[in-house]
Design a protein around this ligand. Sequence first.
Ligand code: IMP
Length: 429
Amino acid sequence: MVIILVGGQWGDEGKGKVIDYLASKAQMVIRTQGGNNAGHTVVTEHGEFKFQLMPSGILYPHCTCVIGNGVVVDPIVLLREISQLRERGIEPKKLFVSERAHMVMRYHPLFDQLEEESRGDDRLGTTWRGIGPAYSDKVRRIGFRIGDLQKEAFMRKKLAFVVGQVKNPVLTKLYGQDALDWESMLAEYMGYAKELDPFIKDTFPLIHDALDSGANILLEGAQATMLDLDFGTYPYVTSSNPTAGGALTGSGIPPTKVDLTIGVFKAYTSRVGYGPFPSELLDEIGDQIRERGHEFGTVTGRARRIGWFDAAVARYAVKVNGVGCAALMRLDILDDQPLVKICTGYNFRGKRFDYPLANISHYKHCEPAYESMAGWQQQIGTARCWDDLPQACRDYVERIGELIGAPIELIGTGPRRDQFVIRGRKLFD
Ligand code: IMP
């Protein structure tokens, strides 16, 4: 069985926990896009793990973990995550990185920062991890792939060209920075090559053999639908396609092999960085949710913007990704609220809209239409089945399911692995 897992809002929906649950029953987990702008937190009996590049299945010894061709890999970060796992007694024996995956090179975070600074008030609020510049170079065909690390002569020639003739003139003439020394970079990257060599592989046969044998394969999405380069709030998006289509091109799995797409949503909404966010709460309710939910970025530590659940966003994500089953996470964060609101659509210039508007200048100015419901004002962290949840809480979940057009089959009631309510179909059984 092949399952794609996607974020249905602006990221940080709690995907790590759903992936961890599914990975326990998967034979293979594949990261398909993004890079170390992602931050997935998994809490196990051995403590908390925060991954940026590592597929979340890495904590299960039976699971083969693949960093797919669609990911941009910063070798420094990957090596750091491998050594952090080793320090905690976990040897990533079944970790493989597609040799087609592009690298975030040492200069990409620098360009990310310089480009953001030059945008002034129009900056995007990127994570400064070099993600946009790395994907841009991939498209410009001046990127380095992980497999290039195994070809020293090729690396030498290409670094001389890309750094010497493309990057340095821009760095020195446009940004007034020092030129980079490509020869010292070559030595540095050859060092990474040695350490990463056992993990680099043409993952195409590995993935297709697993498909042919009927293995349970999970395609682990990072970021989310509203950060998608095409379907998100462009230009306030990431530089990849975190929607279901991106999971396919980012792994080499054909659409005909996919059995189910799971959309992960948070019981409210959050966003990091700039850009439109119609249901944003700029009041003390937003502050309360931020505090209770520890809504500060895993990667950058930035305070996340908070808002009510936006069913128009989620409905759009259900359509764009073909979501067949939804997970509603972090429901416990709303435990104290006397009243909960759901944005059901938008009003703009006298017209009603059921989906986010493509024109972000309009989207920025649309008025959210809300529906209010009674809160449950009860702690739900010990609930393990649907009937354990208070009636008002079940009403909230059911209403969201109706409004978004997908059944909610997984509910997160706390950070621990066991704090889950599972309804409906069995996944990967
Ligand atoms: P970039 O991906 O670093 O280029 O950042 C582009 C936008 O995507 C910024 O608004 C980031 O805050 C946002 N972003 C990137 N990765 C994540 C994520 O994993 N969770 C939430 N927001 C993200």
